[in-house]
Design a protein around this ligand. Structure first.
Ligand code: NAI
Ligand code: 15L
Length: 273
């Protein structure tokens, strides 16, 4: 049967807030979890993923989990280790112990951020799109934690039969705000379509997909997402003229423009503090 009760971790964050608005229309009842209280949601579970017992209690009785909680940008390794690596492990252990059958994991393009972006005329020939099985090339400690999450998901499928759809999200914001985002943008409405497909497709085992709209300037292959039943409806192209006029087009020689991960590859490292 299709999942009905879904635990949404990271519910107070940007993407969590967008999905709290959009997913109930698909018939889900959301249980909310975050480190911070969720605005206007007194029943939300306020806990740190570091608290194993609280996480286990939070997953008890849900049909599925959408796992968005964690540090969403580069940070010192120790912080990433705690929130994204140990936190995601706690969630998977809790799901296994409580018999939750499926997790939708918010992976990121930064798990493959050091992949050179395809260059060529727009739209790219489909054979030039980055395939889903391209070797992982994280661009940050943050991207490394997403690469770990994908491996953790594969392991929990192989060992325990717990299913995951890992969504390598591009940029999910109300509008694209950079020229790079014209290629990697996922509209919030398409995000909800993709999460719904990931929750309801049959026999996903561990499936990895890129998460974006059907952008004219797309860099990657959406085939695995479409196989889940995802039919993107949006395209960033209406924003292209204005963004390129304001910011200039991507340059082949600029390192911050040369890889899927954009400026994440060239930003200075963030050391422990
Ligand atoms: P965000 O930073 O706005 O939200 C993350 C939420 O997780 C925050 O509300 C934070 O309080 C919570 N959180 C952090 N550490 C926690 C912990 N230890 N225990 C419990 N909650 C904790 O990030 P955003 O943009 O909403 O992203 C959500 C997820 O999607 C993240 O995992 C991010 O890495 C991933 N993602 C998002 C993209 C986007 O375009 N928004 C792109 C690629 C991946
Ligand atoms: C991510 O993984 C981040 O969580 C998000 O804030 C954006 O920076 C996005 O990638 C991106 O690549 O634009």
């Amino acid at each position: 049967p299709a999942p009905r009760t879904v635990l949404l971790t990271g519910a107070a964050g940007g993407l969590g807030t967008l999905m709290r608005d959009l997913l109930p229309a698909y018939g889900y009842e959301l249980r909310l979890l975050d480190l911070r209280p969720v605005d206007g949601e007194p029943d939300s579970i306020v806990t740190d993923l570091a608290d194993k017992d609280a996480v286990r209690e939070a997953v008890r009785g849900v049909d599925a989990i959408i796992h968005l909680a964690g540090i969403s940008l580069e940070a010192p390794f120790e912080k990433i280790l705690k929130a994204n690596i140990e936190g995601t492990y706690h969630l998977y252990e809790a799901a296994r112990e409580e018999g939750v059958e499926r997790i939708v994991f918010a992976s990121s393009n930064h798990a493959v951020g050091f992949t050179p972006r395809p260059q060529g005329d727009t739209p790219l020939d489909p054979s030039a799109l980055i395939p889903i099985d391209t070797p992982r090339r994280p661009d940050t400690f943050y991207g490394l934690s997403k690469s770990f999450g994908e491996d953790l998901a594969q392991f929990y499928w192989d060992k325990y039969g717990l299913e995951t759809v890992s969504v390598r999200i591009g940029s999910c914001f109300p509008e694209p705000t950079s020229v790079r985002m014209l290629s990697v943008w996922m509209s919030p409405a398409d995000g909800a379509r993709l999460f719904h497909a990931a929750l309801t497709a049959e026999n996903v085992e561990h499936t990895v997909v890129y998460g974006s709209s059907a952008n004219t300037r797309l860099w990657w292959d959406l085939t695995t997402a479409r196989t889940l039943g995802y039919e993107p409806q949006d395209d960033s192209e209406p924003y292209a003229e204005k963004l390129i006029a304001e910011q200039g087009d991507l340059e082949p020689d600029n390192v911050a423009h040369a890889y899927l991960g954009g400026h994440f590859v060239s930003d200075p490292p963030i050391w422990p503090y």
